[in-house]
Design a protein. Structure first.
Length: 91
């Protein structure tokens, strides 16, 4: 799986900023910036999916620790999402 977690994002960073940064290291299949559902503001992290595992590994190595708009990026392989129980399922 080549899903990449990009953290410590400046609130002014856009999804296109992240996509462009990663496209310099391979083909980006998907990008997603996480936002607060009520305010619409950035939550400070997002996900990138590269076309191949090799491109993903290269991007992680090259971009982890780099500066983007004044903040040092934390770039890692994303862990699989675990299914969470909803509040209605708990009752």
């Amino acid at each position: 799986m080549n899903n990449i977690l990009v953290g410590n994002l400046n609130p002014n960073v856009t999804e296109q900023d992240i996509r462009s940064l990663f496209e310099a290291h391979g083909s980006v299949q998907r990008s997603k910036m996480m936002t607060d559902r009520w305010t619409g503001l950035s939550r400070g992290f997002g996900f990138i999916q590269m076309k191949t595992d090799a491109e993903a590994e290269k991007a992680i190595v090259v971009l982890n620790g780099t500066d983007l708009k004044g903040k040092t990026l934390k770039v890692n392989q994303a862990r699989p999402q675990l299914h969470r129980r909803t509040r209605s399922a708990e009752a």
